[in-house]
Ligand binder design. Structure first.
Ligand code: ATP
Ligand code: MG
Length: 360
């Protein structure tokens, strides 16, 4: 029972991971108010809840804000397995067909033919730029062999398990999961197709993403098992193809786009990365040549959506886990990715495949 005088204030406290009011999650089974003392029973979902301190502080503050409350006493415990199971069931029930064909979330896979063209860098920065524009954004690092999204977003956090669900950590306003969160240290993962498929399926079904506007998927390079699995799991996803300006890269980029198409995914357009670098004298250094983006776009019959120049700030931001779109938004590479975020926000996914990202 929650004392009616405390009800409203406590109702405002939200679990930072599940993003629902604690009261709704049965995490505050009892709260009383006697002689100026609020006594609150707080039940965490799991004993080692990383957000425990924050939740307690929020509860304390909310209770203390109520007129007539002079002291707040919080008794912290852990949910019984039965209560937790009921909660998990409820959470599952409230996310009908997460990312199924009827999803309202726009799903965009970032793919490439060749490795090292900047997929992960573009994905991480695009995610942060979209989140900074008020969208609820999730990122799946599907590059199970070369996972890099957590480092690019400066996150060493792991998901919290609640029953058989996982609450993704958040960095720079972006919810993320990566296979890197499930292996010890910096070990490499050598899994075969079926294991990869199962892991990706789990990222889609067992992670509590909440209501996302956009889910970005950082793909491994090429057209291997993961690309095929993703195509099967998310045939309604859209695909951004990243390539360098190098002409020879265009052909392999085309192949990545074609594999996506064969599974029914729609290629949105090409992102040309590592484009010319402006020199102090005003000239442009075309380290990787020119024309690769246009060539890939021509072959795929889609537009070039962004040209991201070579940028020291972009690379340094990635190394430091401080995405350049947030740390240095005027950098030309940051500006190009921010413009891409704006453009994606303004376009409507094809009919029946989701809602417009911005209010029409
Ligand atoms: N526009 C750019 N300017 C300078 N450096 C860049 C740029 N884009 C990416 N890089 C750097 O190039 C390297 C490869 O980038 P990234 O890891 O994002 O590529 P990737 O396509 O995801 O690679 P992989 O195929 O291995 O997953 C990184 O060190 C990154 O910092
Ligand atoms: Mg990568």
């Amino acid at each position: 029972m929650i004392d009616p005088r405390l009800e409203r204030a406590l109702g405002t406290v939200v679990d930072p991971e599940i993003r629902r009011p604690l009261v709704e999650l049965d995490m505050i089974p009892a709260a009383s108010l006697d002689d100026g003392t609020a006594r609150i029973r707080l039940e965490l979902t799991v004993a080692a809840c990383p957000a425990a301190d924050r939740i307690q502080a929020d509860v304390r503050q909310a209770a203390a804000s109520v007129a007539g409350v002079e002291r707040v006493e919080i008794e912290v415990g852990v949910m019984s397995p039965a209560t937790r199971q009921a909660l998990v069931e409820r959470l599952r029930g409230s996310r009908p067909q997460q990312f199924g064909p009827e999803t309202l979330t726009r799903i965009i896979a970032v793919a490439s033919g060749k490795g090292g063209v900047g997929k992960s860098t573009v994905t991480a920065n695009l995610a942060v730029a979209l989140a900074a524009r008020g969208l609820a954004v999730g990122v799946i690092d599907a590059d199970v062999h070369g996972y890099s999204i957590p480092a690019l977003l400066g996150s060493a956090d792991r998901p919290t398990r609640v029953g058989d669900m996982m609450m993704p950590p958040e960095a720079h306003g972006v919810r993320l999961v990566s296979i890197g969160m499930f292996v010890e240290g910096n070990r490499s993962v050598s899994w075969r197709g079926p294991m990869l498929h199962r892991t990706l399926a789990q990222f889609l079904s067992d992670v509590w993403w909440g209501d996302l506007d956009v889910l970005l998927i950082d793909m491994p390079p090429g057209t291997g098992d993961v690309a095929i699995s993703l195509g099967q799991l998310l045939p309604h996803a859209e695909v951004l193809v990243v390539t360098t300006p190098q002409r020879a890269a265009a052909e392999v980029a085309e192949r990545a786009g074609e594999v996506a198409r064969q599974t029914g995914q729609r290629v949105l357009g090409v992102v040309e990365n590592m484009a010319g670098l402006a020199q102090p004298d005003g000239s442009i250094l075309e380290l990787f040549g020119a024309g690769g983006g246009d060539e890939a776009a021509r072959r795929l019959g889609v537009p070039v959506l962004a040209r991201v120049p070579l940028s020291v700030a972009l690379r340094e931001g990635g190394d430091a886990g401080a995405p350049v779109v947030a740390a240095e938004p005027t950098d030309p590479a940051a500006a190009a990715i921010i413009a891409l975020a704006e453009a994606l926000r303004g376009t409507r996914p094809i009919a029946g495949r989701g809602l417009p990202l911005s209010p029409a």
